[in-house]
Design a protein around this ligand. Structure first.
Ligand SMILES: C[S@@+](CC[C@H](N)C(=O)[O-])C[C@H]1O[C@@H](n2cnc3c(N)ncnc32)[C@H](O)[C@@H]1O
Length: 467
């Protein structure tokens, strides 16, 4: 019987061999960390995606085994410096400054001059990031961008960013915006996690305002907070961050987890709480025969119009895509939807509130209407007890020994999204059992779960039932 160390070593060596052979079969080199990130021809290769997940899980498992436990704790206790350092460099436009400097990089004196920060302090922050493979220290005190830092780059010139800082995140990938949202308002709220979890006044509360965000910023929702005039930059950044969230993870399950082609010509898809419409944009690119309505709070609609005017103005002009204000706690005015779709909505609300949203949609549904939720599905770190194995898509393959059933840190995006929801609104990402509990009594029944390699989210399809 193989030891854990030997089994992990085998997963790593066979995984690396598979990765190298896949790349050599396609006649392309494995991407260098010194080159900017670019989507590649193998990005949708399912075998490669699974192999990479196993390699990541094995490498993390190996580190957990071999690193002395006191060192694990001490390093973890100080790991908050990583997002904090990234926050500094993104706000100071360092990824753009270093892109303009090219592969030779720039000395910290010049970086400091260009971003108006003390060179010594900026250099120390950059060295910590380079030590963790964000950026490269090409010569002592001289830094260049690399593959990881390239995704923190808005793609705009430094001059443009300085001339119009409010628009920094408009028309970008949204990943620098996602980083900014997480390391600004969310990180400032997250430091209250311990106080909120252990305070008997808030510990068991389901009130969205009894959350760490309220402790940090006052008793108002994240959305009300964003809509204050002084938070206009944060609101625009949040819209872009949601777009970044879609581009950072494959949307495989969105497109393949439900048979969108089976919907009739001009069937209506309503993206409820659709934000600026970044998910609808992906659907419109893939499914031309459908009509789409994006509903959100009135304050969000102008940002949505601006987004569509940049991305696909014809869709608005032709009426194939419409943006309308609607409060999803109020009766749903559209009664002919083929699909009520929601991404990142149930995760924003504790069960009692999310149930109200689902009930309003059920009241407006026809017998043919489907409810589709595109959300994270929290995987247990324990083996499945097969409770829901009758639902297509509920079970996933068991990874090789000794990897955790949820592949450990491969599931971290889902795990931290769950904590992020606890911070923002006392809400949650849900396990499958928690989704079943959520829809119980709302008139919807889960009929399938669509998943796709590389997509950390799942597409849940529900059909109406009596309630
Ligand atoms: C996490 S964002 C998700 C946006 C979009 N579904 C996406 O995935 O890009 C949550 C959205 O819910 C909207 N929202 C919050 N409260 C709402 C309400 N009562 N009625 C309608 N939309 C609401 C917010 O404005 C925000 O756009």
């Amino acid at each position: 019987m193989s030891t854990q160390l030997a089994a992990l070593s085998n997963i790593l060596s066979s995984g690396i061999a598979t990765i190298e052979s896949k790349y050599s079969q396609h006649g392309i080199p494995f991407p260098s960390i010194d080159e900017p990130f670019k989507p590649g021809p193998l990005d949708d290769d399912a075998v490669l995606a699974e192999t990479i997940d196993h390699v990541i899980a094995a490498a993390a498992h190996l580190i957990a085994l071999v690193k002395p436990a006191p060192r694990s704790v001490a390093e973890c206790a100080l790991s908050f410096y990583l997002p904090l350092s990234l926050s500094v460099v993104v706000s100071a436009n360092v990824p753009e400054i270093l892109r303009e400097a090219g592969p030779e990089g720039l000395h910290i004196k010049n970086i400091g001059d260009k971003c108006g920060a003390d060179p010594d302090k900026m250099g120390r922050i950059l060295r910590y990031l380079a030590t963790n493979h964000f950026f490269t220290e090409v010569l002592p005190d001289t830094f260049a961008g690399n593959r990881i830092s390239s995704v923190l780059d808005t793609g705009k010139s430094v001059a443009t960013l300085k001339a119009d800082p409010m628009s920094k995140h408009d028309d970008t990938s949204g990943l620098p915006a996602l980083l900014g949202h997480c390391t600004d308002e969310m990180l400032k709220a997250a430091v209250y996690l311990e106080d909120n979890t252990l305070d008997p006044k808030t510990s068991a509360s389901q009130d969205p305002l009894d959350c760490p965000f309220s402790r940090a910023f006052g008793r108002e929702s994240l959305f009300d907070f964003m809509e204050k005039p002084e938070n206009d930059f944060r609101k625009r950044r949040f819209g872009a961050a949601m777009h970044g969230a879609s581009s950072s993870i494959s949307s495989g399950a969105l497109l393949t987890g439900f048979d969108w082609k089976s919907l009739k010509q001009d069937a209506l898809v309503v993206d409820v709480g659709g934000g600026i419409g970044s998910t609808t944009l992906q659907l419109t690119k893939a499914f031309h025969h459908l009509r789409y309505v994006i509903q959100d709070r009135p304050q969000v609609i102008p940002d949505g119009v601006r987004f569509w005017e940049g991305e696909n103005p014809d869709a608005l002009k032709s009426g194939r895509v419409q943006l309308t204000a609607h409060d999803f706690f109020e009766p749903q005015p559209i009664k002919t939807a083929s699909v009520f779709f929601m991404r990142y909505i149930t995760h924003d609300w504790p069960d009692a509130y999310a149930k109200k949203i689902l009930k309003q949609l059920r009241i407006a549904a026809q017998s043919y209407t489907k409810l589709i939720l595109y959300e994270f599905l929290v995987p247990y770190a324990a083996p499945s007890n097969k409770e829901f194995s009758h639902i297509p898509g509920a079970e996933v393959p068991i990874p090789p020994f000794p990897l955790l059933p949820n592949l450990g840190p491969v599931s971290n995006v889902t795990m931290v999204a769950d904590l992020q929801m606890m911070i923002a609104s006392n809400a949650k990402e849900r396990t499958l059992g928690q989704f079943i509990d959520l829809v119980n009594g709302t008139g919807w029944k889960l009929v399938s779960i669509g998943r796709s390699p590389k997509d950390t989210m799942a597409l849940f399809t529900f059909e109406p039932v009596e309630f």
